[in-house]
Write a new protein. Sequence first.
Length: 377
Amino acid sequence: MVAATDKPVVAILTIDDELQLFRGNRKNFADLIQTGQQLGITTYVVTVKNLKLNSARVLGYTYLPADEAWIETSLPRPNIVYNRIPQREDERLPHVKRKLEAIARHPSIHLFNRRFFNKWSLFRWLKMSTPTKNNIPETRKLTQLSVLALLLKKHRLLYLKPVRGKAGVGIMTVKVQPEKHLPYRLQIQEEKGSTTYHCTSLQRLWEKVRKLSSANGEPYIAQQGITLATVNNRPFDLRALVQKNELGKWEMTGLGARVAGSTSITTHVPRGGYIDEPERLLLSNFGQEKTNIVLSKVRISAIAFAKQIERSAKTELCEMSMDLGIDTTGHLWFFEANSKPMKFDEPHIRSKSLERIFQYSLYVHRRRMHSQGGAAR
Ligand SMILES: Nc1ncnc2c1ncn2[C@@H]1O[C@H](COP(=O)(O)OP(=O)(O)O)[C@@H](O)[C@H]1O
Ligand SMILES: [Mg+2]
């Protein structure tokens, strides 16, 4: 049994908003506060502006489910700050950067989710480690024509992705069809729908890619395209949620699957994709025995990816979600990891994911109290 004073105060950090007090997924925040309360842990939302690191009390927001209302109130300064600033652009603002640095340096505050990941760094990091490198598609920075030429010699399908991309916007695929009059087929996914171009030569393809990617304003990576396993002709991929548990060890909280929309090049649900059961999808492709092997490989690899990402990021992490592909032969591929996982809609994963954040918070808090000889603040 843990005494009340042994419990941390957890603040969910987000950015201020002039009209609606703060930004971010309010349903997620309300669920977090409720889970914290059930475990007897004071939990509230705090904005970058209101988190004053030198005062004992700060202005935060709690949620009253009965009134469906957010209440502004004075609360004790947190021991744990759970960063849920929703947008990359916000995290790049100088005053936000400074605040995050100050929180990370603060002697009695532990910061969860220091920053967003960048796709290029993830691939560099995972390529460096033996247990993960065989599951990483060949990836290069898309800086010049020769990069496309080199990759297209080896792979007939490429994915081109903005390094700080999200929800599939700006992702392109290049398919080589040598037998065709216009052998390079380029497809780009936009905010709404997608557009396809056919190019006569590599030079033309490069010009088009350059134009489209610069419109996006982000550097791109070019990646070996994986021929994903399918169900009813639609590719699917797996979403793993990996979090630290009550012992401070990485564990896979849950595994979901996303099946692509009929015309989409990605599996995102807002693009016509839908949620399904990983085991069911794998069984229809591989049968029971191989499905078991694939699932255990996923579990082991997800932990190996998380460990290697944490080691390379040089900061203690608490959770991440991962997009993983299974190709038609049953081989596992890593596509990306997100440092601020979106809500999983599968109810069993959702409830466990909320609890784990607090179980790990308790672990971190106890560890700190222990190392400070019992003084939490
Ligand atoms: N190299 C690839 N081969 C095959 N499919 C891919 C590849 N890269 C991405 N995809 C598909 O596109 C989806 C989105 O890619 P991802 O890297 O997760 O970008 P985003 O940040 O936009 O979610 C993946 O979940 C997967 O379905
Ligand atoms: Mg993704």
